[in-house]
Design a protein around this ligand. Structure first.
Ligand code: FAD
Length: 393
C-alpha cells in the first residue's frame, strides 16, 4: 500500500496519541495545533490501568509509568476526615494488570510529543475550516490547506471539526459545578495516601506526584461562569481552609498564582463519531466530567483502536465505521457513569449526603473495585485475551 497521510487537528493527549499510533504503522502524519507550543499548563492527571494498556500499544507504557507516582492506597473521606471507602492500589494492579499512576500533564505531553518526528508537529496552526464533501477531506488552517487520506478531529470540548461537520449536534452542557486544580511545592513529608474528601456540594482531593509534590483538585456547585472573589487561591482558602488535615497544609504549599479553575462540561451523545474520512476522537467526540478520571484515558483508548481499525485495509471510511462501532457505545456509557458519580459527589442536601456517606461506608472495597471492571478491564482490539469486560459492549 502506498504511504497514506493523516491530518490530526489538535495536539493534546488524544491527538498526539493518535499521531503516534498511525506513525508507528507507517502513516505520514501532521498534527495541527492552535497553540504556539505543544505543552500543557494543567496540573496532574491520573492514568488508570486501561490507559496504561493503551500506552503500551503506543510503545510508551514503561516510559510514562516511570514519570508518575504510584500511591499504596487512597480512598474517600467524609467532611470530618473519616474514611468512607478505601482503594488498595496493589489490589487494583493485581486485578487489572497496572496500578493507578499519577503524573504531571506537562510530562505526559512531552513524552507523547517526543515519540513523533519533529517535522510532524505544527504549532500555531489553528484549523478554521474542514470540508468532508469531496473524495478527500480538505482542512483549512493558518499555514494553508491539507488534503489527506484521513482527518482526525482531536480538538477538544469545543471542537472546530465537530462544529464544521456535525452542525446540528448539541453543544457542551454544564455539569453544574466548577473545578480547581493545583500542584503543591515539594513537601518534606507528603501525605502517605491520597484521598477525596466529600462535603455538601463540594469536594477536595489530593494525590502524590513524583518528587514530593501533591496534585490537588476541588469542586463546588456554582452557576457557570460564576466569578471568584479577589483570586482563585483566596476563594479556595475561604471554601476549604477549614477542611480536615492535611487539606489546609496542602493549600498553604500551593503557589497562589498557579491555581487553575474550569467549569465542567460534558458532551451530549453524538449519533456518530465519523463522517466519511473524518473521525472525532477524545473530548471532541465524548467530553466527559472528570469524576472517574477517564477523559484522557478514553482518548488514549480511542487512538489505539482507531489505528487498529485502519490496519491492513485501504478502505479508510469502512475502517472509521468500525472505529465508531467500537468506541461510541463505550465512551458514551462512561460519560453517563461519570455524570452520575458527579451528581452523587456534589449532593448538598444534608439527609441525601448522610445517605450517600452511609452507602459508601457499607460498600465492600472489593465490590467497589469489581464495579469498575467494565471501565478498567479494557484491552486493545487484537489483544482481547486479557480483556475483563467492556462498558457498553
Ligand atoms: P484537549 O486536551 O482539549 O486537546 C485539544 C487540543 O486541540 C488542544 O491542544 C487545543 O489547543 C487544540 N485545538 C483546539 N481547537 C483547535 C483548532 N481549531 N485548531 C488546532 N488546534 C486546536 N482525564 C483523565 O484521564 N484523568 C484525569 O485525572 C483527568 N482529570 C481531569 C480534571 C479536570 C478538572 C478536567 C477538566 C479534565 C480531566 N480529565 C482527566 C479529562 C482530560 O483532561 C481530557 O479528557 C483530555 O485532556 C482530552 O484530551 P484531548 O486531546 O481529547 O483534548
Amino acid at each position: 500500500m502506498p504511504q497514506r497521510a493523516a491530518t490530526i487537528v489538535g495536539g493534546g493527549i488524544g491527538g498526539l496519541a493518535a499521531a503516534i499510533a498511525l506513525h508507528r504503522r507507517g502513516w505520514h502524519v501532521e498534527v495541527l495545533e492552535r497553540a504556539r507550543e505543544f505543552t500543557e499548563i494543567g496540573a496532574g492527571i491520573s492514568l488508570w490501568p486501561n490507559a496504561l494498556r493503551a500506552l503500551e500499544g503506543l510503545g510508551l507504557g514503561g516510559a510514562v509509568r516511570a514519570l508518575g507516582a504510584v500511591e499504596a492506597a487512597g480512598g474517600v473521606r467524609d467532611r470530618q476526615g473519616r474514611w468512607l471507602s478505601r482503594t488498595d492500589n496493589a489490589e487494583l494492579a493485581r486485578r487489572f494488570g497496572h496500578p493507578l499512576v499519577v503524573l504531571h500533564r506537562a510530562d505526559l505531553l512531552r513524552a507523547l510529543a517526543e515519540a513523533l518526528p519533529a517535522g510532524s508537529l505544527r504549532p500555531d496552526s489553528e484549523v478554521s475550516a474542514v470540508d468532508g464533501s469531496g473524495p478527500r477531506p480538505v482542512v483549512g488552517h493558518r499555514g494553508g490547506e491539507s488534503r489527506p487520506d484521513l482527518v482526525i478531529g482531536a480538538d477538544g470540548l469545543r471542537s472546530a471539526v465537530r462544529r464544521a461537520l456535525w452542525p446540528d449536534a448539541a453543544g457542551p452542557r454544564y455539569a453544574g459545578y466548577t473545578a480547581w486544580r493545583m500542584v503543591t511545592e515539594p513537601l518534606p513529608e507528603p501525605p502517605a495516601e491520597g484521598a477525596a474528601t466529600w462535603g455538601c456540594g463540594a469536594r477536595f482531593g489530593y494525590t502524590a506526584l513524583p518528587g514530593g509534590r501533591m496534585y490537588c483538585f476541588a469542586t463546588a456547585s456554582l452557576p457557570a461562569g460564576a466569578a471568584s472573589g479577589s483570586s482563585e487561591y483566596a476563594e479556595l482558602l475561604r471554601r476549604f481552609g477549614s477542611w480536615p488535615a492535611p487539606i489546609p497544609a496542602l493549600l498553604a504549599a500551593v503557589p497562589a498564582k498557579t491555581v487553575l479553575r474550569h467549569d465542567l462540561y460534558d458532551l451530549p451523545p453524538l449519533p456518530s463519531f465519523v463522517h466519511g474520512r473524518v473521525a472525532l476522537l477524545g473530548d471532541a467526540a465524548h467530553a466527559m466530567t472528570p469524576n472517574l478520571g477517564q477523559g484522557a484515558c478514553q482518548a488514549l483508548e480511542d487512538a489505539v483502536t482507531l489505528a487498529h481499525c485502519l490496519d491492513g485495509t485501504p478502505d479508510v471510511a469502512a475502517a472509521l465505521r468500525s472505529y465508531d462501532l467500537l468506541r461510541r457505545p463505550r465512551t458514551q456509557a462512561i460519560t453517563r457513569r461519570s455524570a452520575r458519580l458527579g451528581a452523587v459527589g456534589q449532593l448538598s442536601w444534608p439527609p441525601a449526603v448522610l445517605l450517600r456517606n452511609t452507602a459508601a461506608r457499607l460498600m465492600p472495597a472489593r465490590a467497589a473495585l469489581r464495579s469498575m471492571t467494565p471501565v478498567l478491564g479494557w484491552s486493545a482490539p487484537g489483544d482481547r485475551a486479557t480483556a475483563k469486560g467492556s462498558e457498553g459492549d
